[in-house]
Design a protein around this ligand. Structure first.
Ligand code: PBG
Length: 328
């Protein structure tokens, strides 16, 4: 009896690089990548972050240089995080016109503001001495509504310094509306908001807390960020609320462990969707690669391709400059 050979042969389309390239449905482009950057006040040389090899806390000068390199590679945007020299309970440096973020934003807008989108993370955790994302009540809870006023002030200070995209990441209820209202009242109707709409209370943020020196001094962020095991509908609800409050784009964070959520958000909304490949995702790959256990470059491209395929229009990644160079 002769063997029965298949008529349908998916392998036909996989045989050559040219064939695979022609039928590829998912492509990455430098312009859709956003580089997160850290700038620290009061240091005179860039300081390496141990848990994120290759990532630095920058001085204003080294920040300019990093951004210049990203722009040359064609990276679409950057998002800035600042570490002030002095922290206090209300995060005063967040809306100080002379605060480190405001100063650095002005530098960056003059450096690359025409070719890259200069974005700012709007939150309080880098600025508070207790490390939480808002103002505390006497009982040590984060006071939602008192925090909204601080976010609004910080967003206005960032816009005044030239920020071209405000990205509130604190997961307070009503934060997009509070920021939108404040921006409009101050004449910044044209400055868009990228809401970190879907943000999980994630252990994948571990290395970021070294980078931004913002680990909570007590407790954790579970009372304001989402539970990984929470109802999927909660993510979609957060997105709908943010859109109703005036968000121009929404974000899902972290990325790789939440691709299912990313896909559902993509299928639900008609605004751009971003995904944040966070510090822990970066650190895991770098650590395994340093041990020779994985092929670093391939894992980076594969994970970014997966995030793109799941529906991200824009990807925030610490590898943005390197990947953009490779894509060119
Ligand atoms: C809050 C903020 C965090 C990150 C981005 N914005 C930290 C947190 O919520 O604890 C994490 C980013 C990363 O892990 O790469 N300002």
């Amino acid at each position: 009896m002769t063997a029965q050979f298949p008529v349908a042969r998916p392998r036909r389309l996989r045989r050559t690089p040219a064939m695979r390239r022609m039928v590829a449905g998912t492509r990455l482009h430098p312009a859709e990548l956003v580089l997160p950057l850290f700038v620290k006040e009061g240091i005179d040389r860039p300081s390496p972050i141990a848990s994120m090899p290759g990532v630095f806390q920058h001085t204003r000068d080294s920040l300019r240089k990093a951004v210049h390199e990203a722009a040359e590679a064609g990276v679409g945007g950057l998002i800035l995080f600042g570490i002030p020299a002095v922290k206090d309970a209300r995060g005063s440096a967040a809306d100080d016109p002379d605060g480190i973020v405001q100063k650095a934003v002005a530098d960056l807008v003059s450096e690359v503001g025409d070719t890259m989108v200069v974005m700012t993370d709007t939150c309080l955790d880098e600025f508070t001495d207790h490390g939480h994302c808002g103002i505390l009540t006497p009982d040590g809870e984060v006071d939602n509504d008192a925090t909204l006023e601080r976010y609004a002030a910080a967003a206005v200070a960032q816009a005044r310094a030239g920020s071209q995209f405000i990205a509130p990441s604190g997961m307070m209820d009503g934060q997009v509306a509070a920021i939108r209202t404040a921006l409009d009242a101050e004449g910044f109707q044209q400055v868009p908001i990228m809401a970190y709409s879907v943000k999980y209370a994630s252990a994948f943020y571990g290395p970021f807390r070294d980078a931004a020196e913002c680990a909570p001094q007590f407790g954790d962020r579970s009372a304001y960020q989402q539970d990984a095991a929470g109802p999927v509908g909660e993510a979609l609800r957060e997105v709908r609320l943010d859109l109703a409050e005036g968000a121009d784009a929404v974000m899902v964070k972290p990325a790789l462990a939440y691709l299912d959520i990313l896909r559902q958000v993509r299928d639900t909304v008609d605004v751009p969707v971003a995904a944040y490949q966070v510090s822990g995702e970066y650190a895991m790959v770098e650590a395994a690669a340093a041990n020779g256990w994985i092929d670093r470059d391939r894992v980076i491209m594969e994970s970014l391709t997966a995030i793109r395929r799941a529906g991200a229009d824009t990807i925030l990644t610490y590898w943005a400059t390197e990947v953009a160079r490779k894509l060119r």
